[in-house]
Structure formats: structure tokens, C-alpha cells
Design a protein around this ligand. Structure first.
Ligand code: NDP
Length: 327
């Protein structure tokens, strides 16, 4: 068939990841990147990528099958999601879990009215982890679901330590507790406190003249971010930060532990080990863009989530090919 034409709205980490992911899918082509910034100032991954302003989207409404929204969940998507869903089929990675129901409504109405399909909150959490939580609950109704994150770089916690007086720069990693994972894997269905599930590790570059002991104290006692966790703080140089902490690794696992009878415990596990969180998230968005294109052709309009997408629609292979090769 014809290749699926993809547009990228917003060019940060995720936007760059989508550019890389489209190049790995032979049934897709990249129409271009659309940005609020000056296109002349963006250096793209691939020299041939076309860079445009958001205003240029108007001229591309018939040339883009799916627009992948790569803006931030906090400020960008609440504004861009509903506007774009009235003009394009869209996929986004809105990840503010508590706000997903209201965001769904704001995108659903304009998409329905325009006969467009808007898939919200894809990625890995929300996204692939969400799907596995549904499978777990449905297959093992008498059970408990556990989600562990890490080892991974947390943007929010890294921002929080950079705001501490005396900190010049720094990053924060979230680590799952191996002891807690072991307890869950053995089927004992433990009740775990926040402090037992994850620990936090900070790598901090001190500002000139800052006192390490008071910086450490300010970090480990910070309400919400660190006070409910065991936190380690390591002081390093700016060179070490640049050398060892520039990647954006992440990952984690969802585990469902349930009992099918008094005699038998069952454990389901889905895990991710990611060298680059944005590149993996982008790969998920691109597979869902394929599904959204097909759902729209089938006449399913409005907002949808990963729960509404049959897995076969993610694959470039036909249903017959999938039955023969993967069933
Ligand atoms: P970025 O901050 O890198 O980019 C967000 C937007 O900011 C871009 O679309 C871009 O818009 C603008 N921007 C990027 N770089 C600059 C810059 N140097 N100066 C000014 N503006 C800039 O965020 P990420 O790409 O890392 O993440 C986007 C969202 O993805 C996150 O908010 C998160 O919600 C979500 N996410 C979801 C996951 C999931 O599993 N569901 C996992 C990981 C992330 P423009 O080009 O228009 O200026």
C-alpha cells in the first residue's frame, strides 16, 4: 500500500525520537517537523528533514495522515491536543495520569466533530505498562498489581534538585528495590510502603563555596520529592556529570500476582530496560500512528487510548501474515 505520512509537532527529545523511529519503519514517510521556534535554528537528526513553523501546518492538512504531538504534558498538550485533533489524526504521550480522563474529553469532542481519530497517552507509562496492567487484572481477578520504575532518570526530580541553593547542576535516578521485586515475584502479594518500593540516587555538582552537608540535608528532606524515600547524594564534578550522566535511561516493570485457586499462585511480568526513554517512547508512538491511520480509515472517530486498539493494527504485517507467523 501507500506509505503512511507522518508529521511531528514539537521538536524536543521525543520529537527527535520520532524522527529516528519513522526511519526504522518502511511503510512510513516523514513529511516534516513543525515547531513554535524559528525553523532556521533547529538542527535535525537527518539533514534532509523538512523543518516548518506550526503555522505551516495549515498548508499540510491533506498531506499528513497522522500528526504525532511531541509537546510536554504540562503546558503544551492541554493546549495543542484539542486544537490539533480538530485538524489531524493525532497520537500523543500525555502522561499526567490524574488528568487523563479530563484530557480525553477535551480531545474527544473536536476529533469526533472533524471525523478524526486522536490516540492519547501512548508511550510506556502510560502506554505499554497500562496494557499490561489491564491484562493482569482481567486474567487474574484475585490478585495485586505492582509497578516498579527504574533504574531511570527522572526529569521532575532532577529539576527539583537543581532548584536547591548551592546546587550548580545535577541529575536524579529512581531505583526499584530488588528486595521488594523478589517478594512480589515469589507470589506472596506483599503490602509495600512507598519507601520499600523505590530508592533515589542523586549526582550533584556543587556551586562555588556551597556546603555539601547542608545541600545533602536540603535534598533528602525535600517534601514529596525525597522525604518519603531513602535517598543517596553523590557529589561529582561538572566534567563527570557531562561524561557519565547525559543519557536518558529508564525502564521498569509491571507485575500481576494472583491466585487461581487456594493451591496456586500465578505471576505475570512485563519489563523494560531502556537506554533512551524518549527514543523508546517515540517508537511506541510511531507504531500507534499506524494503528490510528487504520482506525480512522475504518471510521472510528474521536479520542481513543491504547485500550481501544487491537494489537494487530500496530503491526505493518497483514492479519493473515500475523496468524501464520506469530500466533
Ligand atoms: P522536551 O522538553 O524535550 O520538549 C517539549 C517541547 O518543548 C517540544 O515539543 C518543543 O516544542 C519544546 N522544546 C524542546 N526543546 C526546546 C528548547 N531547547 N528550547 C525551547 N523549546 C524547546 O520534552 P520531551 O520531548 O522530553 O518530552 C515530551 C513529553 O513526553 C513529556 O512532557 C512527557 O509528558 C511525555 N513522555 C511520556 C512518556 C510515556 O511513557 N507516556 C515517556 C516519556 C515522555 P517546539 O519545537 O514547538 O518549540
Amino acid at each position: 500500500g501507500e506509505s503512511i505520512r507522518i508529521g511531528i509537532a514539537g521538536y524536543g527529545n521525543l520529537g527527535r525520537g520520532v524522527e529516528a523511529a519513522v526511519a526504522k519503519n518502511r511503510d512510513m514517510q516523514l513529511v516534516g517537523v513543525f515547531t513554535r521556534r524559528n525553523p532556521a535554528e533547529l538542527a535535525t537528526l537527518h539533514a534532509e528533514t523538512s523543518v516548518n513553523t506550526m503555522d505551516d501546518l495549515a498548508a499540510h492538512e491533506d498531506r499528513i495522515d497522522v500528526l504525532i504531538l511531541c509537546g510536554g504534558s504540562k503546558e503544551d498538550l492541554p493546549q495543542q491536543g484539542p486544537v490539533m485533533a480538530a485538524r489531524f489524526n493525532t497520537v500523543d504521550s500525555f502522561d499526567t495520569h490524574a488528568r487523563i480522563p479530563e484530557y480525553f474529553e477535551t480531545v474527544d469532542a473536536p476529533a469526533r466533530a472533524a471525523r478524526k481519530t486522536a490516540l492519547i497517552s501512548a508511550g510506556w507509562d502510560p502506554g505499554m505498562f497500562s496494557i499490561n496492567r489491564v491484562y493482569g487484572e482481567a486474567l487474574l481477578p484475585d490478585g495485586d498489581t505492582y509497578t516498579f520504575w527504574g533504574r531511570g532518570l527522572s526529569q521532575g526530580h532532577s529539576d527539583a534538585i537543581r532548584r536547591v541553593p548551592g546546587v550548580a547542576a545535577g541529575v536524579q535516578y529512581t531505583l526499584p528495590s530488588e528486595a521488594a521485586i523478589e517478594q512480589v515475584r515469589n507470589g506472596s502479594r506483599p503490602q509495600l510502603e512507598t519507601r520499600q518500593k523505590h530508592t533515589r540516587e542523586c549526582f550533584v555538582v556543587l556551586a562555588d563555596g556551597a556546603d555539601p552537608a547542608s545541600v545533602r540535608e536540603a535534598i533528602v528532606t525535600m517534601p514529596h520529592y525525597f522525604d518519603q524515600y531513602d535517598t543517596e547524594v553523590h557529589f561529582i564534578t561538572a566534567d563527570e556529570l557531562a561524561r557519565d550522566h547525559s543519557a536518558m535511561p529508564h525502564g521498569g516493570m509491571t507485575i500481576r500476582s494472583g491466585n487461581t485457586s487456594d493451591d496456586h499462585a500465578q505471576v505475570i511480568e512485563y519489563g523494560l530496560t531502556l537506554e533512551s526513554n524518549p527514543e523508546f517512547t517515540a517508537s511506541v508512538l510511531v507504531a500507534y500512528a499506524r494503528a490510528v491511520h487504520r482506525l480512522n480509515q475504518q471510521g472510528q472517530f474521536g479520542a481513543v487510548t491504547v485500550f481501544d486498539v487491537p494489537p494487530g493494527l500496530l503491526s505493518p504485517k497483514s492479519a493473515a501474515q500475523l496468524r501464520a507467523e506469530l500466533l
